[in-house]
Design a protein. Sequence first.
Length: 91
Amino acid sequence: MELTRSGKREKPREKVKTDPLEYWKNATYNFPNLAKGARRYLSATATSVASEGLFSTARDVFTYKRMSLRPRKAEMIIFLQRNLPLYNYKY
């Protein structure tokens, strides 16, 4: 069990200057589920493929006809173009 029934941690806190990846490497035994998520979300991606794809989508959104698009609206269009296919949504 990763937390006690009272919701408190079983171990004292680490120093603030501790490297997060090093902390989770050491805490894997005590917090296996949290450590698994930490390894996934705290590590850097090894490639730039995702960012290149995002820039390609942004290039397609900002055409000459849409140059006056407001940032929030452009952000939503890019978000939808990148995420709707994950749900097999046809538009």
